[in-house]
Write a protein that binds this ligand. Structure first.
Ligand SMILES: Nc1ncnc2c1ncn2[C@@H]1O[C@H](COP(=O)(O)OP(=O)(O)OP(=O)(O)O)[C@@H](O)[C@H]1O
Ligand code: SF4
Ligand SMILES: [Mg+2]
Length: 385
């Protein structure tokens, strides 16, 4: 793979793969934790969503986004609020990939858009590379735009159909006043090569490319300024299954090669499995479980994670193994009026009285690694896959 060009005047990238997460793992007996519900809040234990022994790039604390619901033809009144994201905590290390997973409408895209400041948070704090960016305006964000990029879900609508590929990929450099050595055209062609496109197709228009190729153009555009963090919002869900793996492999290579950190948003746990070092599971605006990939897939604790994992397809259908599918009853409740206590209690087969009245905090079981946190009154380690 060619090297990622350094944009002139840009900060040196600090996303060194060598600093990629090595999270603490204390001894963990999965069976010991069954049904214990024991949690630890001892001092020195990381706060919710936090991991240790790595350089933090992005830190999110108590992040909240409420969308007002208005009614009225002439005079509009606020009649309610969509609690799209309702107080979430997590962090992402330099060069690390965090998977953000959950059903439709749980607040993944809203979270992603707040991270890159396309949406103004209602509450909470976002710290990026040591800077509080929570309420930075267009002017304040300008120098950070090059370091924080987003790849959108739909490769068809994400690209301007009237612009050539060359113009699309060049635009971030032009907007940021970057004049790379050898000229912008040369840089764009290098970027096209990095993402596996023919550099000679510089003058083609988006409609002349397939869906997978268009997503590669979007990736080239995101790479143009050598970002430290890319929010990838379901970057493969609009693509054919056969193309999905190619695009995921490309993103994975870029992450390893250039030490770019990712927040990788997906509907299901199978997509993030091979890409994310850590995974956060969201339900109705909340993070209900966050852990290293190994922990989350081999020792999941939250009933909702169990249900999501049970839906992950068996890699070898001919193996004869049958996975017990956990079918959730009912629909996801409305974020306009989320259930009291644990938001999952209306669909949870383990719910008890306390679940309906008291919201469970995101904490670690005493028997689990400190960076494996779950929000449940009755957590249970259960091997699902
Ligand atoms: N601009 C908006 N105004 C009002 N409500 C909104 C707005 N944007 C999102 N929402 C609501 O916020 C909730 C979270 O939406 P979001 O797009 O973040 O979900 P998501 O997890 O990305 O879903 P999907 O997997 O379908 O993309 C949804 O109930 C959605 O209807
Ligand atoms: S807190 Fe109760 S309702 Fe919520 S996931 Fe745990 S057991 Fe189920
Ligand atoms: Mg979305």
């Amino acid at each position: 793979m060619p090297t990622l060009p350094e944009p002139a005047g840009a900060h040196a990238a600090t996303g060194n793969p060598d600093t990629t997460v090595t999270s603490t793992t204390s001894a963990n007996s999965a069976d010991d934790a069954v049904g214990s519900g024991a949690v630890t809040q001892a001092s020195g234990v990381p706060r919710a969503g936090e991991v240790t022994e790595r350089e933090t790039l992005l830190e999110v604390r108590g992040l909240r986004k409420l969308f007002p619901v208005k009614r009225g033809i002439v005079i509009q009144h606020t009649v309610g609020q969509v609690r799209a994201v309702d107080g979430i905590d997590f962090s992402v290390g330099k060069g690390e990939s965090l998977g953000l997973v959950g059903e439709s409408g749980c607040g993944k895209s809203t979270t992603g858009r707040m991270l890159v400041r396309l949406l103004e948070p209602t509450d909470g704090q976002i710290t990026f590379d040591g800077r509080d960016i929570t309420h930075l305006g267009t002017h304040g964000m300008r120098p950070l735009r090059r370091e924080l990029q987003i790849i959108f879900q739909d490769p068809y609508s994400a690209l301007n159909p009237r612009h050539t590929v060359g113009k699309i990929v060049a635009m971030p450099m032009q907007l940021n006043g970057i004049n790379p050595e050898g000229g912008i055209r040369k840089r764009v062609q290098e970027l096209l090569e990095i993402v596996g496109l023919n550099p000679e197709h510089y003058n083609r228009y988006p409609h002349e490319f397939s869906g997978g190729q268009r997503q590669r153009i979007g990736i080239a555009r995101a790479l143009a300024l050598r970002p430290k963090l890319i929010v990838a919002d379901e970057p493969v869900s609009a693509l054919d299954v056969s193309i999905q793996a190619q695009v995921i492999n490309l993103l994975q290579e870029l992450q390893r090669e250039f030490g770019i950190a990712f927040v990788f948003i997906a509907h299901d746990l199978s997509v993030v499995r091979h890409f994310s070092q850590r995974v956060a599971v969201m339900y109705l605006g909340k993070i209900v479980e966050i852990a290293t990939r190994e922990q989350l897939y081999t020792a999941p604790q939250h009933p909702y994670t169990h249900a999501l994992l049970s839906a992950v397809p068996e890699p070898d259908p001919d193996s004869g193994k049958r996975r017990d599918r956990i079918l959730l009853s009912g629909d996801v409740p409305s974020p306009l009026n989320p259930p009291s206590g644990c938001r999952f209690h209306t669909r949870c087969w383990k719910a008890t009285e306390i679940c309906t009245t008291t919201e469970p905090p995101l904490e670690s079981l005493t028997t689990a690694p400190a960076d494996h946190q779950v929000a449940c009154h009755h957590p249970e380690v259960r091997q699902v896959i």
